[in-house]
Write a protein that binds this ligand. Structure first.
Ligand SMILES: CC(C)(COP(=O)(O)OP(=O)(O)OC[C@H]1O[C@@H](n2cnc3c(N)ncnc32)[C@H](O)[C@@H]1OP(=O)(O)O)[C@@H](O)C(=O)NCCC(=O)NCCS
Length: 152
């Protein structure tokens, strides 16, 4: 595991290429997003945060927003920093935004991704159903999970 102070800040457009590189490392069999995909996410009013050590991007997470709901579009932490609380911090940044807007949050996660499922269950998500062969080209199944709107 690597060390260094991790800061969370809005994801920058100039990080798109690095995000795509991290995607290829973490999601090789599941159609990793391109740099252009990240640029259009940022251009389309979604809420994205990055985790930085100095100027280096070591993780990112993004929330799609409509007037009615939010959805976790992506969350990822580079291998060297996994298991040190960065993913939890990124997810909490997304959930704080959803709570500020009073929106429920939905997501899909591979049914074999125990770490991510554990993270979501610990943050108020429940299983809603299974989407068969949701991920391509791997053909892996996904759970749909949801977290009610926090209207406090
Ligand atoms: C999933 C991912 C974002 C989590 O980020 P992380 O920085 O590794 O996770 P954290 O260190 O913040 O741990 C957060 C929580 O995950 C859960 N968790 C961690 N390791 C786990 C394990 N081996 N089994 C089950 N749950 C686990 C726990 O709830 C943990 O909280 P706790 O430490 O309070 O118990 C990260 O591992 C990752 O990028 N994985 C590859 C990409 C991916 O799968 N993204 C999710 C797609 S839906």
């Amino acid at each position: 595991m690597s060390s260094g102070t991790v800061t969370i800040a809005p994801l920058r457009r100039q990080d798109a290429a690095r995000c795509a590189q991290i995607e290829r490392e973490l999601f090789p069999g599941d159609d990793p997003w391109s740099a252009n995909a990240f640029r259009s996410e940022l251009d389309n009013g979604n809420f994205y945060v990055g985790a930085y050590v100095g100027d280096a991007l070591i993780g990112y997470a993004g929330l799609g927003l409509t007037d009615f709901e939010a959805s976790v579009h992506t969350i990822a932490v580079v291998v060297d920093y996994q298991g040190s609380g960065v993913g939890k911090t990124l997810l909490r940044a997304l959930l704080a935004k959803a709570d500020e807007l009073g929106l429920p949050v939905f997501l899909e996660v591979r049914t074999d991704n125990e770490r991510a499922i554990g993270l979501y269950l610990a943050h108020g998500f429940e299983h809603l159903g299974v989407r068969r062969r949701y991920y391509q080209p791997s053909g892996a199944d996904a759970y749909t999970m949801g977290r009610p709107a926090n209207r406090d």
